[in-house]
Design a protein around this ligand. Sequence first.
Ligand code: SAH
Length: 476
Amino acid sequence: MLLTLTTTHRPATDLGFLLHKHPDRHQRFSVPFGEVHVAYPEATEERCTAALVLDVDPVGLVRRGQGGFALAEYVNDRPYVASSFLAVALVTVFKSAMAGTCRGHEELAATAIPLVAELPAVPARGGERLVRRLFEPLGYAVEVTPVPLDDAHPEWGAAPHVGLRLTATTRLSQLLTHLYVLLPVLDGEKHYWVDDTEIEKLLRRGEGWLGDHPERDLIVRRSLKHQARLVHPALATLAEDDPDPEAGATGDEAIPTQARRTALREHRLEAVQGALKASGARRVLDLGCGPGALLRRLLKDDYDLVVGADVSHRTLEIAHRRLRLDELHEAQRARIALWQTALTYRDRRLQGFDAAALVEVIEHLDADRLGALTANVFGVARPGTVVVTTPNAEYNVRWESLPAGAMRHPDHRFEWTRAEFATWTTAVCAEHGYAVVHHPVGEVDDEVGAPTQMAVFTRAGRSGAAGVGGATGATR
Ligand code: SAH
């Protein structure tokens, strides 16, 4: 079983840092079902290829009783095709790379670089179409080559395997994570027992991309092997759970305790709710509302109109369901709306509101798109008050389980220090005529500050910032 990873990023030999495997050395690792070798057939400044060869021990597998029916124990494709074995080998040998950790080369790990992954034999249950449907939505150029069942007997037709070549400019950690989750999906077979911990693993690895993937349900179903008892809770979690900015999808031990995450999320929502209330707004916007956690709180306050806006239609459907909008009385129902919109494009519906919240949204946008969002929110929609929250990158060292240099969520494009956030808020004020007050949210650490930073902007010529102090009080 072979996987090669190639980059033409300069210097290409940086791939060695990212994979934590030196290009000059051939390394060998043992896994429960065989051996994994990592070597570099090519390592120059211009181009570097790492090859992972997984040598499955079929006899050992039979001894461990991991085959299927009797004959399948002796005649099967397990040793040759990229399957869940390869996925396990990947996460074993490239664990840090998959987590996006690269001590001393943090920036490199966070950078999208040109990458090509090649697999000569991928089982393709569902054929080329499914291969494309799995990888193309994630931004890969996909080349699929049919593999003949037997070179000597072309009349036998194609094997149920294909050669696969994926090309993208992406972070290596993303590519490895996608392979880790999707190869077993193509295979549809899992060699190891699927239990509840699989759900947790899948949700963690799928953070930031699986929730919105058009083939999400199939991926979850196949990953968890059609076991209804397991499949449904996983789908429900993906669909219903708030995007969780503190979930470290970064390594097996990398999850800060659930309790801490939940507490911070509640703190944050409370702080934003307080700031909106203190602004005296009657009509409020929740921009990038996600599945509606803030909206639920705002509905309890006495607003004339609350609008949740998000680019993701699926997310809005979830919000609709969770807020039980269909069950509201007419008068209540008239007070809330959910709009699909891309904040990076001008949308005049967003004008005429008193206040807007952007809770854990800006860090999901690439730098150039953030400029478009800022111009739209502050320049076009121009609510009297804008409340923005974003992680404080300095605080990350206090999440013991977050590897150094890693971000809190795999979809984050950046996480700012307090100074970086202040630079942005100052520029926004200067350009669009707002004043800003910063508030820490969550437990304040003397050295690194609070885990979340909140900025409350007030449009020039409006009073109202004064009342906001109350919100900060509530967060400590
Ligand atoms: N505010 C929510 C969700 C934060 S996750 C909360 O705190 O729980 C970020 C959200 O921003 C996602 O729901 C995502 O769909 C949305 N989003 C990202 N880019 C966007 C854009 N350009 N326009 C509108 N929404 C966007």
